[in-house]
Design a protein around this ligand. Structure first.
Ligand SMILES: [Fe+2]
Ligand SMILES: [Fe+2]
Length: 333
């Protein structure tokens, strides 16, 4: 079978101590070898020993993708699961969904299904205060863009919860906007998205089209509200009008777009890329504080930045954009 007919899943995201709904394979010296067949049982002890040996991924045949997806969906609903396991399944489902959105042609139909998933995320995050932190800890796949979309969704829900309270509809819109915010990157050349160095002028111009591409892709998708679509369109706008694609100013940028803008930059800074290390949350907040005059909504930023500033000496050049490829920051001293 060809290499592309399998997809990787995290080792902890398959069912244990009951019949498997799909075959599970391992990658051995470049070949996929079936480890357990459908209906076989993988015991928790066996799984633990594999984890201890450092195994991170199982591989599932593309033919079984629907069974895997159905299994995750059911699992999230189970009351008997521990919060940790539920979080794992939710994050895995979100990751799968965003992978489909970026790689499959039928974006409209898939985007219609995003709502149910975001509802699971909102319910989970609303269930207890540490849930969002737990979700963030359950990382990470190696595909930056997909992880980033899931992370921005989780951060957006968490920030919205602080800023607007427990309005479920609003939290779902925040989560949905966050999940889909970079969907337009699907239309941008991968070479630009993954470029390790700075973009040249024409590459940057293409990159800056992704919010508009996103809104194009979501045209007519009824389950994604106008407010969520605004997040897709406005998440790179700055209050002072220096953002893109339209250079909107304060009064024309929605509150949820302002929340997503903060979530977006925070995740870009705290994630490792091929060209930079991940920043600590503390340092990221210092950088954002320096960027913030005129860019981020100060009231929302204050909710996000509930900590004592460390006053680390970082130089943030004018026009710094942590979401752009090749981004680097100087730590003084
Ligand atoms: Fe973006
Ligand atoms: Fe983003």
């Amino acid at each position: 079978m060809s290499a592309s007919s399998y997809f990787a899943v995290r080792i902890q995201s398959v069912p244990v101590d009951r019949p498997l709904p799909f075959d599970v394979a391992l990658l051995v010296a470049g070949n996929y070898v079936v480890f357990k067949r459908e209906k076989d049982v993988l015991t928790l002890d066996r799984l633990d020993s594999l984890i201890q040996k450092g195994l991170k991924a199982f591989y599932i045949s593309e033919e079984h993708r629907d069974q895997y997806r159905a299994f995750l969906k059911q699992s999230v609903q189970q009351d008997t699961l521990s919060a940790d396991q539920r979080g794992r399944y939710i994050k895995e489902s979100a990751f799968n969904h965003i992978t489909d959105l970026f790689t499959q042609p039928n974006v409209g139909r898939l985007a219609e299904d995003s709502k149910g998933l975001v509802e699971d995320m909102v319910n989970f995050i609303s269930s207890d205060i540490s849930a969002a932190v737990r979700l963030m800890g359950l990382s990470n796949h190696d595909y930056y863009t997909y992880n980033h979309c899931v992370n921005v969704s989780v951060y957006s829900i968490s920030i919205a919860k602080r800023v607007v309270g427990d309005d479920k509809n609003l939290l779902m819109t925040a989560g949905l906007g966050g999940l889909l915010h970079d969907l337009g990157k699907k239309m941008v050349d991968d070479k630009i998205i993954n470029k390790p160095g700075k973009l040249d002028e024409s590459e940057w111009a293409e990159m800056k089209r992704h919010p508009s591409h996103g809104i194009e892709l979501l045209k007519g998708v009824a389950n994604v509200s106008e407010e969520a679509k605004r997040v897709v369109h406005e998440h790179h706008e700055h209050l002072d009008g220096t953002g893109y694609p339209r250079g909107l100013t304060e009064e024309n940028i929605s509150q949820l777009s302002r929340i997503a803008a903060i979530a977006d930059v925070f995740d870009a800074l705290t994630t490792k890329r091929s060209y930079k290390e991940a920043m600590t949350a503390d340092l990221a907040l210092d950088v954002m504080l320096k960027m913030s005059p005129g860019k981020f909504d100060p009231t929302i930023f204050r909710y996000f930045e509930k900590r004592i500033p460390t006053k680390q000496d970082v130089e943030v050049a004018k026009g710094t954009d942590p979401c752009a490829p090749g981004f680097a920051i100087k730590k003084a001293g």
